[in-house]
Design a binder for this molecule. Structure first.
Ligand SMILES: C[S@@+](CC[C@H](N)C(=O)[O-])C[C@H]1O[C@@H](n2cnc3c(N)ncnc32)[C@H](O)[C@@H]1O
Length: 238
């Protein structure tokens, strides 16, 4: 597929900051035809080093809260300023997605790329921990690494070249995620589907020289990619 908005974001300096398969391309596919109103206040949940947050602020014009657990908000603030964004346009916050430090109903929408699978594999998560912070009628857009078909009882040896069974337990198929979010009382499911992005977002990641990308090459070079995909989830708060 084509990623016209991504053309400005392919420099080696920006690519060196990705933390997995190219999250800005995933986000461009995730948000094609999105329903989030212009000018919305959006939480980039699990924003990492903030690439996806910059993309949301610059390409979609949202006011973005870049909420993340592992990254340093001061480093992210510096990066956002270097990218020409003001402190009013994009706000870095140290935050645990299971204990968000915001007022109830604070966000118009949530966007989350390559992180929901760390904390959202719990049927109570949406109603108890996330949706209380979203306005009624607000949208939640999620893109996560997944599996074409769950195979945790008989994991292909190619995948085990790079990941442990515990790490692979973070990846699931469309049916798993439809069932997971379908247990929410407060979310209307708009879409749960397999994404088109796969090879191109992996290729951008595997070209990087950091230890995680190098480690992931073993499984992918052995053909493990045929078991993997990305899953798109779109919800609306009732
Ligand atoms: C693979 S990185 C992806 C980062 C970013 N979305 C991107 O695609 O570049 C996963 C991110 O999930 C975040 N994360 C994991 N568990 C979290 C939690 N409980 N609350 C908030 N963020 C969490 C980590 O801090 C990490 O930055």
């Amino acid at each position: 597929m084509k990623y016209p908005l991504n053309e400005k974001y392919s420099s080696p300096e920006l690519m060196a900051k990705i933390m997995g398969p190219n999250p800005m391309k995933l986000e461009e596919e995730l948000l094609a035809g999105h329903l989030i109103p212009a000018g919305s206040v959006v939480c980039d949940l699990g924003s990492g080093q903030g690439l996806t947050s910059v993309f949301l602020a610059k390409e979609y014009g949202f006011t973005v809260y870049a909420a993340d657990l592992w990254s340093d908000p001061e480093e992210n603030r510096q990066f956002f300023r270097e990218m020409g964004l003001s402190d009013a346009e994009i706000i870095p916050v140290k935050a645990d997605a299971t204990d968000l430090p915001f007022e109830k109903g604070f966000f118009d929408s949530i966007v989350s790329t390559d992180s929901y699978n760390y904390f959202g594999r719990n049927p109570e998560y949406l109603d108890e921990k996330l949706l209380p912070f979203v306005k009624k009628g607000g949208y939640v857009y999620i893109a996560i690494p997944g599996m074409k078909q769950d195979c945790h009882d008989h994991l292909p040896p190619e995948l085990l070249l790079s990941w442990t069974p515990e790490q692979l337990d973070y990846m699931h198929d469309v049916a798993y995620w439809r069932d997971m979010v379908g247990q929410s009382r407060d979310a209307e499911i708009i879409e749960v589907s397999e994404m088109e992005s796969n090879e191109e977002v992996w290729a951008d990641w595997l070209r990087q020289e950091n230890e995680y990308a190098v480690g992931d090459r073993k499984a992918m070079e052995a053909g493990g990619g045929r078991y993997l995909n990305f899953v798109k989830i779109v919800l609306r708060k009732k």
